[in-house]
Design a protein around this ligand. Sequence first.
Ligand SMILES: Cc1cc2nc3c(=O)[nH]c(=O)nc-3n(C[C@H](O)[C@H](O)[C@H](O)COP(=O)(O)OP(=O)(O)OC[C@H]3O[C@@H](n4cnc5c(N)ncnc54)[C@H](O)[C@@H]3O)c2cc1C
Length: 343
Amino acid sequence: MMRLPVLSHFTPKTLDEAIALASELPSARFVAGGTDLLPKLKRRQLGASALISLTRCEELQTIKRLDDGGWRIGAGVKLVELVRLPELRSSHPAIWQAASQVASPPIRSSGTVGGNLCVDPRCFWFDQTAPWREAAGQCMKIDPAVVCRVAPNSPRCWAVSSTDLAPAMGAARAKVRIVGPAGERTVPLPELYRDDGIDYMTLSHGEVIVDVEIPGSVGWRSAFWKIRRRQSIDFALLSASVEVFMLTDEVLEARVGLGAVGSCPLFPPEVAAVLVGTKLEDDVIEAAAAAAKKLARPMETSDMPSSWRRRVLPVAVKWALREVRGDDVTDARRRYGPQVLLP
Ligand SMILES: Cc1cc2nc3c(=O)[nH]c(=O)nc-3n(C[C@H](O)[C@H](O)[C@H](O)COP(=O)(O)OP(=O)(O)OC[C@H]3O[C@@H](n4cnc5c(N)ncnc54)[C@H](O)[C@@H]3O)c2cc1C
């Protein structure tokens, strides 16, 4: 059985208290549902002297519908709460679809929105037990002196961003409110991330994600497609989230989010630009999917070859676009497990 290292545990009742504690404890980590952090501490992938639980900070626990039809969702809200919101499903289908495909029901009952946005980038060489890694000669994400096993000539780590909510929320123009020792700031969601498998977030020590604001979606249509090995539990091998603004049958604005194909979620304007001014005809969908394939550079970070992920990414983009066009994709959603998904 893998055990947690010995550490102190604090349960502050307010956000201010949590931030003050973090300032006093430089090697402490915040914990919310613990579904990502605790297994990593047990496998000695990460270290910490103390955990500061955010579960009692009320500031993080609320869900509010905004006047424009958007949402303010507290970082401490559990994923299962999002899945149980039929209004979110109809106003922002991609975000609802992303939340409902994270891991499995028990994990969604503990895992939170904030924790999901901060999920540690994954890699086949990193997400292993300590004896496995030691036998293999360690990995750069644990020990920067070791060459990256995925790209030995590369000076950087290529662990892959594995959050499902980030591509969907980023494409939906979400903004993230962060509070820390230096005060409060609000950033567009893509600015939360760095393209680096190790130093992957722009949060400083002691900064807490308080909530995510998602603007109203009148005129917007969206869809999120996730490809994974099994239809439950597994992280994405790749994901695609699309948002199109259509008042008639013409796309006036578009956003595309790609997950699990780089060390941060990608929001390529080149792919979105292909869609604007069109009626999402088949050739436009093909062109957007081809543009996504050209941009994404998945590495050998999972047990599926990167060539497979490059070939399948445009398929996911195409299905997401067909869904927002209004095609009936029920059968494809049911049928298309990754094993049978051939381009
Ligand atoms: C078997 C398994 C399958 C999984 N499958 C998926 C999947 O398919 N898709 C997916 O996206 N994830 C998956 N996960 C990862 C994880 O369970 C979820 O992403 C979950 O939402 C994480 O939330 P949490 O509250 O448990 O995070 P925690 O484990 O509590 O925290 C994760 C990180 O976020 C930081 N953090 C948490 N809240 C805040 C905050 N408010 N402000 C600043 N930092 C914060 C913590 O310090 C930590 O670094 C899986 C995990 C397991 C064990």
